[in-house]
Write a protein that binds this ligand. Structure first.
Ligand SMILES: Cc1cc2nc3c(=O)[nH]c(=O)nc-3n(C[C@H](O)[C@H](O)[C@H](O)COP(=O)(O)OP(=O)(O)OC[C@H]3O[C@@H](n4cnc5c(N)ncnc54)[C@H](O)[C@@H]3O)c2cc1C
Length: 385
C-alpha cells in the first residue's frame, strides 16, 4: 500500500513527487508516456518568484525547483495591440522543461520514489481509508490519489470531480522552437491580433539571442472559421522564419479553477484542476506551487488543508486572470479595443500583463461584468463544440 499515487509526470506531478519523497512519503508516480516529458508542448516560460507576491517558503520552494533549468533570463514583456506597443518591466525565465521534469524525477527515484512509465491510469475505486487504483498494467492500493494528469483528467472523471467546461473557457495553443534573430533577446513579445490568434494572443519567447519559442492560441468558441496551420504560416512569415511550422497543440483551460478539487482522499493538481491564469494561459508555476502546498497538506485533515491553501494562494490569482480575460473579451468582441487602443493607459495594460490588482482594477472589473451581463460566454460546452 502506497501513501500517495500520483497520476501524471508533467511539471505538477514531477514537482509533487519531488516534494513528497523529500518528506519521506511512500509514493508511486504513474506516467502513460514511455518516458516523462516525451511531448513538451509549452512556451517554457516561468515568472520570477518575487513577482508573484507569495509567502517566502512558497517562493523559495518554487524557485529552487526550477532554478537549475533556466536557459535564458527575460527582463520585460511587450504587448502589441493594433499599432501600439505597451512595455512592462517584468522578470521571468525560459526553462528547459523536459530536463527539469526528468532530472527532478530521477532525483526523486534516488530518494525512494517508485516511478512507472508506459502505465496509464484507468480508474479508481474509492473506499474508507484505502483507494484501489486500476491501471493498464495492474492494481494498487493507496491512501491518497492525486490527479496531475492534465486537462480532461481521468482521475477527476473517475472520482466525480469532473465539471463541464464552456467552449469559451477553452483555448487550443500551438508552439514551435525556432532559430530567429531577436532584436531584443530580453523581451518577450505578446501580439494581440484577432486574425492571428482569435480570443488569445501570439507570442515570441526568447530562449537565447538567436532562438525562441514561437506560438499562438485560439479559443474554441471562435474556432470554426480559424485555420491554425495558415495562422502559424502567416506568423512565421511575419517573423521571417524560413522553416515550415509544425502543428503541435494542446488544450489550455482558461475559465478559472475547478469548483471541486478534493474528494475522499483524491486531490487534483495543475491543469487537472484548471490551475491556469485565464488571461495568459500560464499554468506551470501554479502547478509547481500547488504541488508544494499539497505536499504540506497531507497530514491532519488533508482535504481541508489543501483546499484552504489553494483558496489562499492559487485561486485569487486565477480569479484575477479571469477578470482580466473577460474584460479583454468584452473589449475585443464589441470592437471597443480597436477604437480606443490609442487611449489605453500603459499602466492598465501593465496590470493585465503582471496579473496584479492596481488602480485600474475597478474599471477592468466593470468591463468584465459586461461580459457576464451580455452573456458573451454562451457557445456550448466542451467536448460538443
Ligand atoms: C502551447 C502551450 C504553451 C504554453 N506555454 C506555457 C508557458 O510558457 N508557461 C506556463 O507556465 N504554462 C504554459 N502552458 C501551460 C502549461 O503547459 C500547463 O499549465 C502545464 O503543462 C500543466 O502541467 P501539469 O503537470 O498539470 O499537466 P500536463 O503538463 O498536462 O501533464 C500531465 C501528464 O499526465 C500524463 N497523463 C495524462 N493522462 C494520464 C493517465 N491516464 N495515466 C498516466 N499518465 C497520464 C500526461 O502524459 C502528462 O505527462 C502552455 C500550454 C500550451 C498548450
Amino acid at each position: 500500500m502506497y501513501d500517495v499515487i500520483i497520476v501524471g509526470a508533467g511539471p505538477s506531478g514531477a514537482a509533487l513527487s519531488y516534494f513528497l519523497v523529500k518528506k519521506g512519503f511512500n509514493v508511486l508516480t504513474l506516467e502513460r508516456d514511455p518516458k516523462p516529458a516525451t511531448r513538451v508542448i509549452c512556451g517554457e516560460y516561468l515568472p520570477d518568484p518575487d513577482s508573484l507576491g507569495m509567502p517566502k517558503d512558497i517562493s523559495k520552494a518554487y524557485w529552487e525547483f526550477f532554478r537549475p533549468f533556466i536557459v535564458h533570463r527575460i527582463k520585460r514583456i511587450s504587448m502589441e495591440i493594433e499599432n501600439r506597443r505597451f512595455t512592462t518591466e517584468y522578470i521571468g525565465y525560459s526553462i528547459d522543461r523536459a530536463n527539469m521534469i526528468r532530472k527532478r524525477l530521477m532525483e526523486s527515484v534516488e530518494n525512494g520514489l517508485s516511478l512507472s512509465t508506459k502505465e496509464a491510469f484507468l480508474t479508481a475505486k474509492l473506499g474508507d481509508g484505502c483507494i484501489k487504483v486500476i491501471t493498464s498494467k495492474g492494481e494498487y492500493r493507496t491512501k491518497f490519489l492525486v490527479g496531475a494528469d492534465g486537462f480532461g483528467s481521468k482521475v477527476a472523471r473517475s472520482s466525480g470531480l469532473h465539471n463541464v467546461i464552456k467552449c469559451d473557457d477553452l483555448a487550443l495553443a500551438f508552439t514551435n522552437e525556432v532559430n530567429l534573430d531577436l532584436p531584443d533577446p530580453e523581451e518577450m513579445r505578446l501580439i494581440i491580433n484577432e486574425e492571428l490568434a482569435p480570443g488569445t494572443y501570439a507570442w515570441v519567447i526568447p530562449r537565447s539571442p538567436s532562438r525562441a519559442n514561437v506560438g499562438l492560441g485560439v479559443r474554441l468558441s471562435m474556432k470554426r472559421s480559424f485555420n491554425p496551420v495558415r495562422a502559424m504560416k502567416k506568423f512565421f512569415k511575419e517573423l521571417k522564419i524560413k522553416k515550415e511550422p509544425i502543428l503541435r497543440g494542446r488544450y489550455v483551460p482558461v475559465g478559472g479553477i475547478s469548483p471541486r478539487i478534493v474528494s475522499h482522499g483524491v486531490f487534483l493538481l495543475g491543469d487537472a484542476a484548471c490551475m491556469v491564469i485565464p488571461s495568459n494561459g500560464g499554468g506551470m508555476h501554479l502547478g509547481i506551487i500547488a504541488a508544494y502546498l499539497l505536499s504540506n497538506s497531507l497530514e491532519g485533515e488533508p482535504e481541508r488543508r489543501y483546499e484552504r491553501a489553494v483558496r489562499e494562494y492559487i485561486k485569487p490569482v486565477v480569479d484575477l486572470g479571469l477578470v482580466h480575460r473577460k474584460a479583454a473579451d468584452f473589449f475585443t468582441r464589441t470592437g471597443l479595443l480597436r477604437r480606443t487602443v490609442g487611449l489605453l493607459p500603459n499602466n492598465m495594460v501593465s496590470e493585465v500583463i503582471k496579473v496584479v490588482k492596481g488602480n485600474y482594477y475597478p474599471l477592468i472589473k466593470v468591463m468584465a461584468s459586461m461580459y457576464d451581463f451580455l452573456d458573451m460566454g454562451r457557445s456550448g460546452s466542451y467536448p460538443r463544440c
